[in-house]
Design a protein around this ligand. Sequence first.
Ligand code: FES
Length: 561
Amino acid sequence: MSQELNKYSRTLTQEVSNPAAQAMLYAIGMKEEDMAKPQIGIASTGYEGNPCNIHLNGLSVHVKKGIQANDMVGLIFHTIGVSDGMTNGNDGMSYSLPSRDIIADSIENVVSAQWYDGVITVVGCDKNMPGAVMAMCRVNRPGIMVYGGTVKSGSWKGKKLDIVSAFEAYGQKLAGNISDEDYKGVIQNSIPGQGACGGMYTANTMASSIEALGLSLANSSTYPATHEGKQAECIAIGAAMKNILEKQILPRDVVTKKSLENALTVVMALGGSTNAVLHYIAIAHSAGLELTYADIQAISDRTPFIADLKPSGKYYMEDMLSVGGVPAVMKYLYKNGLIHGDCMTITGKTIAENLEEVPDLDFESQSIVRRLEDPIKPSGHIQLLYGNLATRGGVAKITGKEGLKFEGVAKVCNKEEEMLEALAKGEIKAGQVIVIRYEGPKGGPGMPEMLKPTSAVMGAGLGDKVALITDGRFSGGTHGFVVGHIAPEAFEGGNIALVEDGDLITIDAETRELTVHVTDEVLAERRKTWVPLVPPFIEKGVLRKYFKNVSGAEEGCVTDK
Ligand code: FES
């Protein structure tokens, strides 16, 4: 092995002073010649329980081969992964966002405890990716993220399907709009195999933007899980890791304020998930940077929304491969001054250098990505709203297809279940602003996603007739006129806790306003008798710790502030 590589081996330095560690490494099969090699931790969120993660342990083996082939020792370890597709709509959802921070903590813990010289994270679902990147920024040792890849679309009776089709079929079932045969057909055929949910939902949003951030190889976000390019990417990680180890290119050299802007620009251009707001604020915190709602609004203001991808559009992530994937979109944005080209990446080159060989988008032969002059919406779909309902802000997802303003009367639901009951009883009506509260970071706890309510609304045919606001979050699969992340949350006494049925609410994406038209005096009067709803599951254990430590949504819901 090269002396250059050797000199960066912290593992070696530590182990020389710890013969027991060397003895243990011999016990796991390492040879004398391996002892001086850098040790690279390979963190996998692989497990058998869902399609997003089922193949990740297999990909980790390919990563390990690439590491070993480049004169380093690869050591696979495992951390948890929670699938939001499975937790949405049930109590398990309270554990989903906390899983991001457990993943970050666990990777930080192993890499730091075992003195690994670098870390590769092999991840595939919504919380895995931000959790992995948070850990990489915290430990700040050479690191690369490998995305498990998107799933292919399913189909039933000639119609393309994905995970959201299953939730929307549920809404159709509640409304009596689907036959038993079709309901079963959709459920059994919406997901054909391994890979992350196929639209521009949270997993693909985070994978695309982390590629733009500079922490994964080109097309990591675009190759479907079963594509041959995915395996090749895993093997290629070894040479990439060797390069950044030799050059000591660290995550915090890559994750800077400018590269965070690049990542969020890609989120806006592709119409990504509102969860990106939460996760990038948390990633910035882990990197010792500050990213605010004002920063994100500024990026949204200057970035046209140009990709016709689900959930609001027509195409899936698998379709992006044929147009050149995320690198082609980045090149287009870079050439038009929307991406900073001078940011360092894990290839050891800048963004601009990486994009030199990337083919241009061809606007004549495809309709997935549109020209900046002919966007779906001239500015970003993510808007940060303020008003007496959200004095610390709320995050709206407004693609323009739903309109830019909604005014309606409140239909108040404490918790998601109450909303679904109201829908089943026919109490949700056109013109209402559905308020789902006590779903915040503390009040949920865990800031659950409201995919089941928003999909049920769509399935019931009310998608363009109601708006929905919440102190919880939305799945990347959510579409419609929605505002989440409302802070302060109801449990902390935010005004969302004081709204009553029939109050008039205005949501305006142009003035960025979220207002309940009730006077301060009336709100103060209501507050005198207000009693917070105590969140469930917080007597002990992980949610107790989360409840005590989690910061507000506008601070990224971090637990180490
Ligand atoms: Fe894992 Fe959607 S539930 S990517």
